[in-house]
Design a protein. Structure first.
Length: 280
């Protein structure tokens, strides 16, 4: 009886030591979806590639929650998550747009444009890892948000044909997303959004979005991704040219809501990056 109890305790300790494998497995699945999206894009299966990127976004939002639940955060997990994000949200969207709209009419130019996007995504991820982050908002468009717009755009019109106009649209989208990723524009964190804090207009908007997704998923996903990508520039313009009275008084230097980081804030930031790096 005693030996059986000791065996159970040893088994529990072994499983506890290996708990780090679970969130890393989710991160690995995220990377696989990005790799799969690259393969589908090169084969002309654009809808499947966009779907793979969508699954990667869902898995990216899951690995951090699993790590926190199991208390399995680690620096290795943070770095592994960054490489996974680069594959799924940096390389895969670039290859998808290249084959979807740029390769038929602007081959070499398309390579250059998509490489710019990939470099901006890598820079965004690297900056996140070394910077003190306020997890209520992000400086620069998060890479999953950029990839979401690319996937939603391709899912909305998977077979657009080859034309100069489509190449121009693809180029503008990639350059704009790349710029927003490395910019100083603030984007809100979806994790901080709570329905109880919504006003009546916001709740009607959410209900309308759900209805649109049910009626036409292609248009609905494109609208949601577009709204998030545009939310940062709109907020930046509003706070810069039409600041609220309290913002103008508290931020005379133009950096609204900025404050000097403290040692406590740096410690909290390091912990947050280990547990919530999935939104960078």
């Amino acid at each position: 009886m005693r030996d059986e109890r000791l065996t159970r305790i040893a088994l529990k300790e072994r499983l506890y030591r290996r708990r780090f494998l679970v969130p890393n497995a989710v991160t690995l699945a995220n990377m696989f979806c990005g790799f799969l999206a690259c393969l589908y894009a090169s084969q002309g299966k654009f809808e499947k590639a966009a779907l793979a990127i969508g699954f990667a976004i869902l898995l990216d939002g899951l690995d951090g929650r699993v790590a926190r639940k199991l208390k399995a955060t680690s620096k290795f997990g943070l770095e592994f998550d960054s490489f996974s994000d680069l594959t799924s949200f940096g390389i895969a969207p670039a290859i998808l747009i290249y084959h979807w709209s740029l390769k038929p009419v602007a081959d070499q130019f398309g390579v250059f444009i998509c490489f710019i996007y990939a470099v901006c995504a890598a820079s965004r991820l690297a900056r996140f890892n070394i910077a003190d982050q306020n997890m209520k908002s992000f400086t620069g468009l998060p890479t999953p948000g950029a990839a979401a717009l690319v996937g939603a755009l391709v899912n909305f019109a998977p077979a657009i044909g080859s034309s100069v106009a489509h190449a121009v649209v693809g180029s503008c989208v990639m350059v704009s997303l790349g710029f927003l990723m490395v910019s100083q524009v603030e984007f809100f964190s979806i994790k901080t959004v709570q329905m109880k804090s919504f006003g009546i207009f916001a709740r009607i908007l959410v209900a309308g979005s759900i209805a649109l997704l049910w009626y036409n998923s292609g248009v609905g996903f494109l609208a949601l991704a577009g709204v998030y990508v545009l939310s940062g520039p709109i907020q930046f313009v509003r706070s810069r040219y039409w600041p609220r009275p309290q913002e103008a008084e508290s931020s005379p230097d133009g950096f609204h809501g900025a404050s000097a980081p403290t040692s406590t804030g740096k410690a909290e930031s390091t912990e947050n990056k280990l547990t919530e790096s999935n939104l960078n």
